[in-house]
Design a protein around this ligand. Structure first.
Ligand SMILES: NC(=O)c1ccc[n+]([C@@H]2O[C@H](COP(=O)([O-])OP(=O)(O)OC[C@H]3O[C@@H](n4cnc5c(N)ncnc54)[C@H](O)[C@@H]3O)[C@@H](O)[C@H]2O)c1
Length: 341
């Protein structure tokens, strides 16, 4: 292995594992080894990318040989993978959501803390320039005191993941569905901007997608410790691709529409400021570029530099919120988070 580069272990090379592989190779700062139980996928990825080695399971790799693990398995495997990294004192980035239930989560977080290793969660939008800008403007008081947020993240999921019926997405016990899989990203945006959620109420159902046991639609209301409130709508079948998040303060509004950030503080009906952070870029290229940015950020963090990525604690709050939202609809009531987690 090239001694100037970090040795990075990519665990699971499905849809998101491949994005991480491209991202880390693009940095030019990492040599990659893969773990993938599916022999055909493993062979295909080895053939396509310059990798140092590839194994069938984590037990075959000597974790002491690595500087960083990127855990890209379905979420029901995340706790055991985090435990393995903690035992080997191997820093890691784990994909979202942190897990599928809270079973073993606190023990794994405690093991990581005892090991004293860097651990982050792959909420990719944390490093998106438009989201960083949005958060900075809210923190600087541009819209006064933040009181409300309306989020809508809806698109034709089957177009982007035609294999969804055979992946974790179709299985509630593997972390699939509109809440644990999709809403998880929006929850992270809300938690990182609005703070600690305290109460949640939700409705959800599978309205359209076939071949799945999970919900494809959810309507979720959240109250935060600050007293601010948010409303989140997701459907995973509509044709138009909507990704909007409007933050409403006492003296103005900031709205993110995909990567376009707009600001207004009057009733003219026009945005006074507007900037498209993806101007000139193809959306999928811009999405992949974020994985390179996230990889660079993780490699910098290994060198001790500060980073904006989600912590295990952030992701635990996120998981509690998702599970409480599910509980809310099952029990037909609002759920307080402390009581639910
Ligand atoms: N950050 C994002 O934008 C984003 C997007 C999609 C998925 N994800 C998350 O990434 C994770 C994986 O999603 P995906 O879409 O790549 O799923 P996927 O089903 O396409 O790939 C998962 C891979 O993990 C492998 N795997 C299963 N068990 C394993 C084990 N014990 N050891 C090693 N590999 C194992 C599977 O064989 C498969 O190749 C999920 O937690 C998901 O929520 C994140």
């Amino acid at each position: 292995m090239d001694s100037g580069k970090r040795n990075v272990l990519i665990v699971g090379v499905g849809g998101i594992g491949r994005r991480h592989i491209k991202g880390y190779l693009e940095t030019g700062r990492a040599d990659l080894t893969l773990i993938e139980p599916d022999a055909a996928k493993r062979a295909a990825v080895v053939a396509e990318f310059a990798t140092v080695a590839a194994y069938e399971n984590l037990g075959q790799a000597d974790l002491a040989d690595y500087d960083l693990a990127v855990i890209c398995t379905p979420a029901n495997f995340h706790v055991e993978m985090m435990e393995a990294c903690a035992a080997a004192k191997l820093p890691f980035l784990v994909e979202k959501p942190l897990a599928v239930t809270l079973d073993g989560v606190d023990a794994a977080i405690a093991a990581v803390a005892r090991a004293g290793i860097l651990a982050r969660v792959g909420y990719i939008r944390r490093i998106a320039p438009e989201v960083i800008h949005l958060r900075a403007q809210i923190d600087a008081g541009k819209i006064g005191a933040l009181k409300l947020a309306y989020l809508n993240s809806s698109q034709d999921f089957g177009k982007y993941r035609p294999d969804y019926r055979t992946t974790y997405y179709a299985r509630p016990d593997m972390g699939g569905g509109a809440i644990l899989d999709a809403a998880s990203h929006s929850f992270d945006m809300l938690i990182s901007i609005m703070g600690r959620p305290v109460t949640v109420g939700a409705m959800y159902d599978r309205l359209k997608l076939d071949g799945s046991e999970t919900e494809d639609t959810c309507l979720i209301s959240v109250r935060f410790a600050s007293g601010a409130m948010a409303n989140l709508t997701i459907n995973q079948f509509q044709k138009r691709n909507v990704a909007s998040a409007e933050f409403i303060g006492t003296s103005g509004n900031l709205k993110l529409d995909h990567a376009t950030l707009s600001f207004a503080d009057d009733d003219s009906g026009h945005w006074l400021e507007q900037r498209d952070f993806m101007e000139g870029m193809v959306p999928m290229q811009a999405h992949q570029a974020r994985f390179t940015m996230q990889a660079d950020t993780m490699l910098d963090a290994l060198d001790g530099k500060p980073d904006p990525l989600a912590t295990l604690s952030d992701a635990r709050t996120n998981l509690s919120l998702a599970l409480a939202a599910k509980q809310s609809w099952v029990e037909r009531r609002f759920v307080d988070l402390d009581a639910a987690s």
